[in-house]
Design a protein around this ligand. Structure first.
Ligand code: NAP
Length: 477
């Protein structure tokens, strides 16, 4: 008779696709099950782990990045292996996973951006903010992206924290950014930047801003840039005023207070201006070969049937000359081969983390689970992923108990290692990553910078060529 699943001779084998926060928190919760023997293989299509902590969090926010210490501890636990530079759907398929594992957790995040659906959106000079973020964070896919920083006027569309990050990076001096781990080539280009006016455009009012207090406050603390807010735009409509007066939403109350402070302060003459605009929606990007201007419509707010304050266009328009536009209106997930997908929301349909065939009356898909932004959409901070991943893993554990997971024909850590060796000999282990990590820190040290990242996969593999074979993961590593 076979031992029950989760014992030393019959460990529970789980594949996690994606190595960002949600994937690591799922691994952590599996490791916490003291009554279960679990083997976890985490895959990432990049050689480097940590998802948006490496490729998304702003370089000038090092404290947020220190969460990787927690992930390093998780990766060092017995039974955990990392396979970087291994792409789901290319090097390893869903059918392969079913051969070797009892379950898979998709933790791939939201890798694309939401569209505005306005004329001119695809003109040269119009970019998803997420591309700029990936570029300045040395993401290999965006290493060769081009942003024309010779222009003076830039528009950032959206009032979220990504819009704040992009604005801050554009507004800072090269000296302010020097010690950070911003990509070396991005630092060079930003040093030459001619950008003077950054228009941050919100379709609703100050009280509906999606950014948080530290992020809007930071914009007022920069060496060469200052925030400009027109006092007229701080005059709230009655519904927003009532919302702020009620005081329940402390973040919104403080945001409005900070913005009022900027409006009162006025222009103190710093060379770069961050011009916050409210109640405006872009209706067209204008230009022949590239973006030359953005056409905006003035909005008013109305209360919809759900009681939310939504924007509604008026018949007032204005046009602002800008040469560069960053659309920062949210991320959007992309489908994975063979896995259900709900295009409208850009997520994998699921019931509290159990993948379902669809959202409407969907049946549960055995063995498949989802965590993070590809589960719930692109919202929340890093810590939001912890309870989210715990919820999913708890459901997986219930399914293990009920024997409702996959029955692999080769539940064997060596067998899958051999498959990966064959399909992608240049896979990267966690020990390999630690070599890269050290090399990046070392490159930074000699320059007085916190880190100088590698941004090309071939350069990373070049560094690893000497040590790679020593680091092949063993069962129980
Ligand atoms: P977000 O917080 O959802 O903000 C999106 C912004 O885009 C909102 O202001 C939204 O306005 C606006 N928007 C959406 N559709 C629009 C349209 N068609 N036209 C004009 N504006 C539109 O998204 P995000 O900035 O991408 O951030 C994603 C998540 O990561 C958030 O939870 C964020 O807090 C988090 N994050 C955190 C940090 C940090 O902690 N420092 C840094 C970066 C990101 P409406 O409100 O009117 O919809």
């Amino acid at each position: 008779m076979t031992e029950p699943l989760g014992t030393a001779t019959h460990p529970l084998r789980v594949a996690i696709i994606g190595s960002g926060p949600s994937g690591f928190y799922a691994a952590e919760h599996l490791q916490k099950q003291s009554n279960l023997v679990v083997e976890i293989d985490m895959f990432d299509r990049l050689p480097t782990p940590f998802g948006l902590v490496r490729g998304g969090v702003a370089p000038d926010h090092p404290k947020i990045k220190s969460v990787t210490k927690v992930y390093e501890r998780i990766a060092s636990k017995p039974g955990f292996r990392f396979f970087g530079n291994v792409e789901f759907g290319k090097h390893i398929t869903l059918e392969d996973l079913q051969q070797y594992y009892h379950a898979v957790i998709f933790a791939v995040g939201a890798q694309s951006d939401r569209q505005l659906d306005i004329p001119g959106e695809d003109l040269l000079g119009s970019h998803a903010a997420t591309e700029f973020v990936a570029w300045y964070n040395a993401h290999p896919d965006y290493r060769d992206a081009k942003f024309d920083l010779s222009v003076q006027n830039v528009a950032v569309i959206g009032l979220g924290n990504v819009a704040m990050d992009v604005t801050r990076i554009l507004a800072q001096t090269a000296d302010e950014l020097y010690e950070t781990d911003i990509a070396d080539y991005a630092l060079e280009e930003l040093k030459q930047s001619n950008v003077r006016n950054i228009y941050v455009l919100g379709r609703r009012g100050p009280a509906q801003s999606a950014f948080t207090n530290p992020e809007i406050k930071e914009l007022g603390e920069l060496d060469d840039a200052e925030v400009i807010v027109d006092p007229k735009e701080m005059k709230l409509d009655p519904s927003s005023q009532a919302y702020i007066d009620a005081g329940g939403d402390k973040v919104a109350v403080k945001n409005v207070e900070i913005l009022n402070g900027y409006a009162e302060k006025g222009d103190s003459g710093k060379p770069r201006k961050i011009i916050m605009r409210f109640l405006v929606s872009p209706v067209e990007l204008i230009g022949t070969d590239k973006v030359e201007a953005i056409k905006l419509v003035k909005n008013e707010l109305y209360v919809n049937e759900k009681g939310d304050l939504r924007p509604r266009a008026t018949d007032e328009y204005e046009t602002i000359p800008v040469g560069l536009v960053f659309r920062s209106v949210g991320y959007h997930g992309v489908p994975l081969e063979g896995v259900p997908f709900y295009e409208k929301w850009g997520i994998i349909p699921n019931d509290e983390g159990r993948v379902t065939s669809s959202f409407k009356d969907g049946s549960v898909v055995t063995g498949e689970y989802v965590v993070g932004w590809i589960k719930r959409g692109p919202s929340g901070i890093i810590g939001t992923n912890k309870p989210d991943s715990v919820e999913t893993v708890n459901h997986m554990l219930e399914d293990v108990q009920a024997d409702k997971v996959w029955t692999p024909v080769q539940p064997d850590a060596t067998a899958v290692l051999n498959l990966i060796r064959e399909r992608q000999p240049e896979f990267v282990t966690f020990a390999d990553w630690q070599v890269l990590d050290e090399a990046e820190l070392e490159r930074g040290k000699s320059l007085g910078r916190s880190r100088v990242k590698f941004s090309r996969v071939e350069d990373m593999l070049g560094v690893l060529a000497k040590t790679h074979d020593k680091h092949l993961p063993q069962v129980g590593d």
